[in-house]
Ligand binder design. Sequence first.
Ligand code: ADP
Ligand code: ADP
Length: 226
Amino acid sequence: MNALEVRDLRKVYRNDVVALRGVNLEVAEGDFFALLGPNGAGKSTLIGIVSSLVNATSGEARVFGISVQKERSRAMAQIGLVPQEVNFNQFEKPFDIVVNQAGYYGVPRRIARERAEHYLKKLSLWDKAFGPSRQLSGGMKRRLMIARAMVHEPKLLILDEPTAGVDIEIRRSMWKFISEINEAGTTVILTTHYLEEAENLCRNVAIIDHGGIIENTSVKALLGKL
Ligand code: ADP
Ligand code: ADP
């Protein structure tokens, strides 16, 4: 079973920008996959469609065989999304942000609390869990969004530029945590414009440029070509 299948996906925004021009992509269950490309290539648009935040102009995305277009909420239940921009309520406490997210997926409150504690500890945020989230550093906010994305234990974790603008030490600890999630069986897809990130972390990679996939191979094979 593929974690993700994308068929002939096109996106033309209202301003006539063609962000995706017929993308085809498969990501196997258990994979650690990088979508690598420069700014403006179409990475955020692609994962926006997969996580049903953006409507495709045409084509289809399937998550574990479930059509994102036809069965939105079933597909979304499979996915944990870590967006690029901070999108939580900064007046809520980190613990509440994580627990409340679990509510949207029908996770019982007691289990949600246990998981929030588990993931906030794993991401070195437990000592901040009951303080104001607006005072967290940029790297901490990013980690909080990872904890929030994991609370319903999705089969597919998607991270949009997870370490952009994060300093090298925090970046290393985030890499370690994301690797552990993958080793525990969760399929991981991340977007990045750092070759180094794809190289250090991921098994397979697709290179996207101007809305098209120009290479789709293993990281090992890609490095052999460079
Ligand atoms: P959709 O086709 O998904 O409905 P829209 O074309 O309506 O998307 O744009 C959604 C939002 O993104 C709008 O508020 C728009 O102003 C904003 N937006 C427009 N151009 C850009 C851009 N180049 N990059 C990011 N956001 C943009
Ligand atoms: P990336 O994530 O690789 O930086 P994006 O998917 O954000 O690329 O953007 C792809 C193209 O679509 C860019 O030209 C961008 O300006 C444009 N774009 C992105 N979002 C919108 C939007 N909401 N409305 C109009 N154009 C957009």
